[in-house]
Design a protein around this ligand. Structure first.
Ligand code: NAD
Length: 250
């Protein structure tokens, strides 16, 4: 990844942080975009020994923030080779109790955010290809819940199913330019998001019982797959979602 420029949304914590760390270790420059300004600045400080890393505060669900984010990346690096749409949120509620505002909020970040960032960065990548430059690639972070429904995580499950299809249509639209779009669908990975759901022994036991490998995953194990999808080794792959879920079957 030497000399490559990457944007990682939601890179202040969890899986996004691990992806930023992996990219920096592999020689890329990284712009972390996150709504959590304090954690984003702290992540930048922690990772700065590994390479060139910057932070911008941005809400991926807001068009103007996304426009500003892309302009900032181009100012800082002059180019964008890799976009990782990782920012995501969840909301626990039963179907009959679920509020419209919570449905909209989760879909706004998890699905519309992928569309807004993907379209904005893709426009730059297409222009680059038309001017003789190398095509870039986009990696969306989906979830095993794109294919396994959870009855108390309705907007989350719906949004991740949407990300799988959005990955396919983006891949079709951008294939003529050589721009690849793939997704990773993690199972249970130990991050703040999971800790908010697995807050007792029963919940942890339930996850382990449905995970054949018998353990919760580490964010670095998702970052490794993202690094592969961003590499030349994945040059003939596009439109795919790779599930990394400890062997859980739908
Ligand atoms: P996390 O909560 O640890 O990190 C999410 C990051 O996204 C945070 O830094 C947060 O500040 C940021 N963020 C939230 N809303 C944002 C917004 N509107 N704009 C910009 N940034 C925003 O969660 P995580 O577990 O690291 O999740 C990362 C991705 O992986 C998400 O898309 C999530 O759905 C997906 N995922 C996680 C798991 C898991 O078990 N942890 C499983 C499957 C998929």
């Amino acid at each position: 990844m030497d000399g490559k420029n990457a944007i990682v949304t939601g890179g202040a914590h969890g899986i996004g942080y691990a992806i930023a760390k992996r990219f920096l270790s592999d020689g890329a420059r990284v712009l972390i975009a996150d709504i959590d300004e304090k954690a984003g600045e702290a992540a930048c400080d922690e990772l700065s020994d590994l390479g060139e890393v910057r932070f911008i505060a941005a809400n991926v669900a807001e068009r103007l923030d996304v426009r500003n984010l892309v302009a900032n990346a181009l100012d800082a690096f002059g180019d964008i080779d890799i976009l990782v749409n990782n920012a995501g949120i969840s909301h626990k509620a039963d179907f009959l109790e679920l509020k419209e505002s919570d449905f909209d909020r989760v879909l706004g970040v998890n699905l519309k955010g992928v569309f807004l960032c993907g379209q904005s960065v893709a426009r730059h990548m297409v222009e680059k290809v038309e001017n003789g430059g190398d095509p870039g690639c986009i990696i969306n972070i989906s979830s095993i819940n794109a294919v396994v429904a959870l009855n108390d995580q309705i907007p989350y499950t719906v949004s991740k199913g949407g990300v799988a299809q959005l990955t396919r249509v983006m891949a079709l639209a951008l294939a003529p330019y050589g721009i690849r779009v793939n997704a990773v669908g993690p199972g249970s990975i130990m991050t703040d998001m999971l800790k908010s759901v697995v807050n007792d022994r029963d919940a942890r036991g339930k996850i382990l019982s449905r995970t054949p490998l018998g353990r919760i995953g580490d964010p670095a194990e998702i970052a490794g797959i993202v690094a592969f999808l961003a590499s030349r080794d994945a040059s003939y792959m596009t439109g795919q979602t790779v599930y990394a879920d400890g062997g859980r079957l739908p």
